[in-house]
Write a protein that binds this ligand. Structure first.
Ligand SMILES: *Cc1c(COP(=O)(O)O)cnc(C)c1O
Length: 385
């Protein structure tokens, strides 16, 4: 039985349910490893893109990821608390973050500025650091004009035994568009930065620039390590690769009613039935993470076919237009899933709401019941491979 079939069965009579298929994560990790000669850092920030950081981290490490990556020290320490022992990098912290805790727990820290270098070198160390160069985003990372000085100061701190520079990192702004000129420019800047670091006497073992998009499409950007988040959970920013979606959302239809043509539905009476139809009520809304502006384009899957939402998505519920289908309360609406059975995907929802799947998976509400399928879960119907 597939994860989605299981989710459908278990949604019967229950609440809205989010199914996390860790088998999909394991498969995506294996695919990524085949695509690169570099090491793989599993990026599990934002609670593993909403899929549970610890679950995704454990699954990715078991499938061959040698590193973990997160933004904050707190996220990194939580991974250590859960027993994960591979190198963990935390790359976005304020100057007064608890760098001492990071060092004690063996967490690597990114250094984007001289002020960060001072703060991190001041913690009881030596801290393992990755110097972060801004390779064209004007976001995080040191400006190229500040890079030589940062490398020299890092070398001095290293010689004092206060830090060890184990990595150099950058990040690409336009990697989801493989031919974009900013990618080649970012790569050249990164190579320049790594050469400057070497010239300053540093010997970083891991140079890393690529995230999911570049990991999937541009081997020249891979260097020693690729940092992959979205692709782990089946989101391909480039739309080029058959990754497996790890997340499905199903919910029971809790009520149905027949209504005549011209019936206004939902807040603001923003929509009216065009003909007599059956309406189904589904207890999932924007508090659970559905983007309200996905209506009027949004659809769900009921009884093997796509059905349009009827009227605005509310905080806790939406209405679906079931037409002439004799649907009964207790039947399941699939909001999104891998798409195998024709159900909408996260990419569909993102398109309807004019956003990206990353935003949808990282804003799912706490009210959804989570069901996790282990990566090594035997098929419930006994059909072992
Ligand atoms: C989030 C993030 C990643 C992972 O990006 P994906 O596109 O999700 O793979 C890598 N590096 C940095 C600096 C990030 O912020």
């Amino acid at each position: 039985m597939t994860a989605l079939a299981l989710a459908r069965r278990e949604a019967l009579g229950g609440a809205a349910r989010l199914t996390v298929d860790l088998g999909a994560v394991a498969e995506n990790v294996r695919l990524l490893r085949r695509r690169t000669a570099a090491g793989l850092m599993a990026v599990v920030k934002a609670d593993g893109f909403g899929h549970s950081a610890v679950d995704v981290a454990r699954t990715a490490v078991a499938a061959g990821a040698g590193w973990l990556g997160v933004t904050s020290v707190d996220e990194a320490v939580a991974l250590r608390d859960a027993g994960l022992r591979v190198p963990v990098l935390s790359w976005l912290n304020p100057l007064d973050a608890d760098f001492g805790a990071a060092v004690r727990r063996g967490v690597d820290l990114a250094v984007p500025s001289g002020a960060h270098l001072d703060a991190i070198a001041g913690a009881a160390g030596p801290a393992r650091v990755h110097l972060h160069l801004d390779t064209g985003m004007a976001r995080d990372g040191a400006e190229p004009e500040a890079w030589l000085d940062l490398c020299r100061r890092a070398r001095a701190a290293e010689q004092d035994g206060r830090i060890r520079v184990v990595g150099v990192m950058g990040h690409l702004a336009c990697a989801e568009t493989p031919g974009h000129p900013a990618n080649a420019a970012g790569r050249r800047l990164f190579e320049w930065g790594a050469a400057i670091a070497r010239g300053a006497g540093l010997r970083p073992a891991v140079r890393h620039l690529a995230a999911s998009a570049a990991a999937l499409t541009d081997p020249r950007s891979h260097f020693d390590l690729v940092r992959v988040g979205a692709a782990l959970v089946g989101i391909d920013p480039t739309g080029t690769t058959a990754l497996r979606t790890a997340l499905s959302l199903t919910a029971p239809i809790v009520a149905v009613r027949r209504v005549p043509a011209g019936t206004p539905v939902g807040y603001g009476h923003a929509w009216r039935t065009g003909a007599a139809t059956t309406l189904g009520l589904v207890p999932v809304g924007y508090a659970d993470g559905l983007p309200r502006n996905a209506w009027p384009r949004a659809e769900v899957h009921v009884r093997g076919r796509r059905r349009r939402l009827a009227g605005r998505i509310s905080m806790d519920q939406f209405v679906v237009d079931l037409g002439t289908d004799p649907v009964r309360p207790g039947e399941t609406a699939t909001v999104f899933g891998p798409g195998d059975a024709g159900e909408p995907t996260l990419a569909d929802w993102a398109g309807w709401a004019d956003t990206i799947p990353h935003e949808l998976v990282t804003r799912l509400g706490p009210r959804l019941r989570r069901h996790v399928i282990a990566a090594d879960h035997p098929a419930p119907d006994g059909n072992l491979p």
